[in-house]
Design a protein around this ligand. Structure first.
Ligand SMILES: C[S@@+](CC[C@H](N)C(=O)[O-])C[C@H]1O[C@@H](n2cnc3c(N)ncnc32)[C@H](O)[C@@H]1O
Length: 250
């Protein structure tokens, strides 16, 4: 999806504010006792540094953020006034790092964008030291089937059904790349959003899938949400997110 993240880079953080559960995951990862002092902590597909910067605040290690999209990196660098993170341009297929330097490689909301996940796992494994961990945070197929926007944009379930891999597919891919053991945990997060906030997010195409929905379906879905706001402006729309939390050891 070339260019898509460049277009939304400036609004990305406002459209996808970090949730309490994201912070908990970041804190647990950045303070993990299996990390060594000289490990690099690497986030691949770091985007605007939504996770990378809090990770750098927690972590005693040097944190590195890698992303192919220069505009996302510019936003990230702009937020990193203390210069805590090393921001590098690169892709999951060719990381600008030498072998065996990382204690952890994190991919948060990235695997669904990879055309060749196996190649990316092998590359992550290359930069990890022995016993280092690859950590993947992504949505599950059930999340995709039950996503709260499906009611207004039915193509999302089909589009993301092709993109988001099941936990056992990820596990098999990681094992093929040489990781063992591999653990997949499922976590859920529930809440409700004001209809106004949902409209803002949809207008901002806060998930990349909204740029793949047919244009007519997008316009009609947005129109129906706006009608709902007119009829019942105080309405809150419940959501349930389901995450796969994958940890694979080199
Ligand atoms: C949905 S955003 C997630 C950003 C960040 N990890 C977060 O959780 O906020 C996906 C990011 O992956 C990056 N990306 C896309 N293709 C990639 C690839 N092949 N290798 C590494 N990053 C990629 C995009 O540029 C974008 O910044």
């Amino acid at each position: 999806m070339p260019g898509l993240f460049a277009e939304i880079a400036d609004r990305y953080d406002a459209l996808r504010p970090l949730q309490a559960r994201d912070r908990q995951r970041v804190v647990a990862l950045g303070s993990a006792d299996w990390l060594r002092r000289d490990d690099l902590v690497v986030e691949v597909g770091c985007g605007t540094g939504r996770m990378t910067l809090p990770l750098a605040e927690i972590s005693a290690q040097q944190v590195v953020g890698v992303d192919p999209e220069e505009r996302m990196l510019e936003v990230a660098r702009g937020k990193d006034v203390a210069g805590r993170v090393r921001w590098l341009r690169g892709t999951a297929y060719r990381l600008p790092l030498t072998d065996g330097v990382a204690g952890v490689v994190l991919m948060s909301m990235v695997v669904h964008l990879l055309k060749q996940p196996g190649r990316a796992f092998a590359e992550a494994r290359r930069v990890l030291r022995p016993e280092g961990r690859m950590v993947i945070w992504t949505f599950t197929p059930r999340h995709v089937r039950e996503f709260y926007l499906n009611e207004w944009f039915p193509s999302i379930a089909w589009i993301d059904g092709q993109r988001f891999p099941a936990g056992d597919t990820l596990e098999a891919g990681l094992r093929r790349a040489g990781f063992a053991p591999v653990a997949v945990d499922i976590e859920e997060e529930t809440g409700a959003l004001a209809v106004e906030d949902v409209i803002d997010r949809v207008r901002g195409r806060y998930i990349s899938t909204l740029s793949l929905v047919p244009p007519l379906e997008y316009r009609l879905g947005l129109q129906r949400l706006e009608e709902l706001r007119t009829l019942d402006g105080g309405r809150r729309i419940p959501y349930r997110l389901e995450w796969a939390i994958v940890t694979a050891i080199k």
